[in-house]
Write a protein that binds this ligand. Sequence first.
Ligand SMILES: C[S@@+](CC[C@H](N)C(=O)[O-])C[C@H]1O[C@@H](n2cnc3c(N)ncnc32)[C@H](O)[C@@H]1O
Ligand code: SF4
Length: 395
Amino acid sequence: MTAPRLAPPLAPLGVYIHWPFCKSKCPYCDFNSHVRDGVEQARWRKALLAELEHAAREAPQRRVETIFFGGGTPSLMAPETVGAVIARTRQLWDTAPDVEITLEANPTSVEQTKFAALADAGVNRVSLGVQALDPAALAFLGREHSADEALQAIETARRHFARYSFDLIYSRPGQTPDAWSAELDRALALAGEHLSLYQLTIERGTRFFAEHARGGFVLPGEEEAAEMFERTQARLEAAGLPAYEISNHARPGAACRHNLIYWRYQDYVGIGPGAHGRFADRVQAGETKRATRRTSGPENWLEAVEREGHGTVESSAVTGQDRVEEALMMGLRLADGIDRALFASVAGADPVEALGEAKLAPLVEAGFLEVDATHLTATPAGRQRLNALLERLIA
Ligand SMILES: C[S@@+](CC[C@H](N)C(=O)[O-])C[C@H]1O[C@@H](n2cnc3c(N)ncnc32)[C@H](O)[C@@H]1O
Ligand code: SF4
């Protein structure tokens, strides 16, 4: 008797849903986020479900491991919309029993009242945009919530969700390394299994960009910023939440699985205005990566979906060296580095062979990269200057 042949396991898939609305626009933020008076929730729900169905035709036969509601401010979504998207995802694809379902939430008191309903809808992980624990810093960052509301939101999140994380922005004007260390200690006392800690960046096109250009505020100098980054790494490591990516820290096993899909260059589909997708395209001979992008204006997107069933403005194949470079830019962010075998399966080539000895050897010698039989890894010094490192690698 021959043993029954087992079907090959389905490739993992992440599903990203973009909600493009916020109560107000923060002066540092260049995300695709917009302020609108009234949002027709039922109309948006219908459109998100339609584009989800389109995505299931683009990337069929996968197993959904993660769903991520990002924004914008997805905690402004009607919980019924969140529930409907989760339920339809489960109908369209096979879904892992331990599927991770994250929603980004702003910590205002109104949004906290929705946490129970969002948990009932199926959300099991929340990522809170706390940004600062200092009232003056929150005012500078133009946030709609107070420090007390943020503390309350962390407490409410802890009660309703199996997993929670929060974001802080540091290297702010006037912030010293000592002040940041003290804030970090307060954050650690409130933290669960995960923290995202971002250095403030001044993005073109934001209000901060114009204010900074005309001298309205001054950022900490390079040395002070580097000191704050290094203290962050050391303090979090000592507290049992080492960095697993440049700005993300977690207890062992508690990394955000959805973001790991991006950094490992695995498959994900993007739903909603401006959302990107990357997934193996088995239609084409030899399997390439397909890159998709939806139109970013909320109203344009809504009308396109109502007309055509999706808001795609770009769908192209990423091949050859481009695929290797994209995968490299993502993978070198990870503290564990690039798993060479996994990289070869998603990017079509072994990274060490694709880059070649001549490029790698001087960077290994200088202490920015490490190579062994299974991994290619940027060292902490390499990760701190990742852009410069990537320029050398993909020049
Ligand atoms: C999509 S955004 C925000 C989600 C949510 N709307 C909020 O504000 O809490 C994700 C995170 O990126 C970070 N971020 C956005 N712009 C930034 C910037 N210019 N510099 C540093 N961090 C930034 C913030 O910490 C933010 O919480
Ligand atoms: S930081 Fe968050 S709340 Fe502020 S504008 Fe950006 S997405 Fe909206």
